[in-house]
Design a protein around this ligand. Structure first.
Ligand code: C2E
Ligand code: MG
Ligand code: MG
Length: 426
């Protein structure tokens, strides 16, 4: 019935007894998950973590209206069941909860700050039971987390649809490889001058029988979380190297291939995998670039550094993808042996007029070139952007202006057409 640590009700108890305890049926549920709570446990120990949780419970009790039910729902999760309340009032309530939880906690002379992601589900006439209401509030909370944390989010039918799709994706992913549902699309990377395709980036595509095309931005994080990324990453690398070697023999002897890898793949096993794939495909290591996104954290462990050096030692190049979007852009350049970087398309989008984007691009180029790195601009969509980037001295360009990602036959047709055009131009 009660949670031993905080003295609040337990989740199961309030859901079961809501009708009785609230004097009428519950009209809304607030689901609260603390942001960054793990950091408190990790930096100050579980004892301090427990004290923060008790203090959160205390603050929640202070914010509640008479008659509301407050429960602890999980380790760092809380639940408020509310009787008779308007949507606007609920939003104000949730904002107050976020502000209260966001104020620092003083524990033994140390200050800790956590945030709160709050999901709200509102019951219109009739409809679902309290358990369903709480599940909806929890779904809304997960969306609040994904959309940037420390915010409130009302439950909507769209959120439910999105959540159902995510669940289907997650359960279909493990079989998708065996069922042959993955394919690679290829996008050209061109040299600045003369415009010439020098590299092809392999982009993973998944077409599911029922869900249709699923974006890698959606399934790669799931594969990372579930550990499938290693097998999937091996498959991509192998396919890409075999295809690239075929092209180098038949039409494009100097073409190199860029393969995206997750930081989670960078272990000892991957070193031997790369060596094996290069040997079996016959691809020259100098023709392979591995792109590591800056969006996901790269653990600065000696194991990662030694794996990267071993792979770089074979002659393979590393490139930092989406440069400028993560938190550690510059320290990446200092710590890891990289050959180049790709300026994220969010900066390119602001060219040629937005002064802040111009300043950032110029700054990145200055730093990269002074370190001898090759700079590629991603997401180039207009001639104006391309000209501007060329003027600033970007080495390579990529984007819809030069070619969209295409399956291999389409890519090579385009490659031939472009090569023909270039040779006529000379
Ligand atoms: P990325 O590696 O930065 O790839 C560039 C993304 O931008 C691709 O999206 C591409 O289709 C898109 N793009 C290219 N040019 C333009 C443009 O001019 N305008 C716009 N608006 N978009 C452009 P895609 O294929 O959906 O891939 C998204 C991300 O998923 C990739 O970003 C990469 O981080 C990840 N990804 C893709 N394939 C793999 C893979 O095999 N392994 C891993 N670990 N991640 C992958
Ligand atoms: Mg990439
Ligand atoms: Mg990118």
């Amino acid at each position: 019935m009660f949670d031993a640590l905080t003295g609040l009700y337990s989740r199961a108890y309030v859901i079961e007894r809501a009708a009785l305890l609230l004097n009428s049926s519950c009209t809304a549920a607030l689901f609260i998950n603390l942001d960054d709570f793990r950091r408190v446990n990790e930096t100050a120990g579980y004892e301090s973590g427990d004290r923060v949780l008790r203090a959160v419970a205390h603050r929640l009790a202070g914010a509640a209206r008479a008659g509301d039910l407050i429960a602890r729902s999980g380790s760092d999760e809380f639940l408020v069941l509310i009787d008779r309340c308007e949507a606007a009032e609920l939003a104000r309530y949730a904002q107050r909860v976020i502000a209260l939880i966001g104020a620092p906690f003083a524990i033994d002379g140390q200050y800790f700050t956590v945030g709160a992601s709050v999901g709200i589900a509102f019951r219109s006439e009739g409809g679902i039971d309290t358990g369903g209401l709480v599940r909806n509030a929890e779904m809304a909370m997960r969306t609040a987390k994904r959309r940037g944390r420390n915010r409130l989010q009302f439950f909507t039918q769209d959120i439910q649809g999105e959540m159902e799709r995510r669940i289907k994706i997650e359960s279909a992913l493990p079989q998708a490889l065996a069922q042959g549902e993955f394919a690679l699309a290829w996008q050209p990377i061109v040299e600045r001058e003369p415009v010439r395709t020098v590299c092809a980036e392999a982009l993973l595509r998944w077409t599911h029988g029922e869900l249709g095309a699923i974006s890698p931005a959606q399934f790669v994080p799931i594969a990372e979380r579930t550990g499938l990324i290693e097998r999937l990453g091996d498959w991509v690398l192998e396919q890409a190297c075999v295809r690239a070697e075929q092209w180098r023999w038949s039409v494009a002897p100097d073409l190199c291939v860029a393969v995206n890898i997750s930081p989670l793949q960078l272990n000892r096993r991957f070193v031997s995998k790369v060596a094996h794939i290069l040997e079996s495909s016959g691809l020259s290591p100098a023709a392979l670039e591995l792109e590591i996104t800056e969006g996901a954290p790269l653990p600065d462990t000696s194991a990662v550094i030694s794996s990267m050096s071993a792979i770089a030692g074979m002659g393979v190049k590393f490139v930092i993808d989406d440069f400028g979007t993560g938190f550690s852009s510059l320290s990446y350049l200092r710590r890891f042996a990289v050959h180049g970087l790709k300026i994220d398309r969010s900066f390119v989008a602001g060219l040629p007029h937005e002064s802040r984007s111009i300043a950032i691009v110029e700054g990145m180029l200055k730093i990269a070139h002074s370190m001898g790195l090759t700079v590629t601009a991603e997401g180039v969509e207009t001639q104006e952007q391309a000209e501007c980037l060329r003027d600033y001295g970007v080495d390579r360009l990529q984007g819809f202006l030069f070619g969209r990602p295409l399956e291999h036959a389409g890519f090579i047709d385009d490659f031939r057409r472009r090569a023909g055009r270039d040779s006529q131009a000379l």
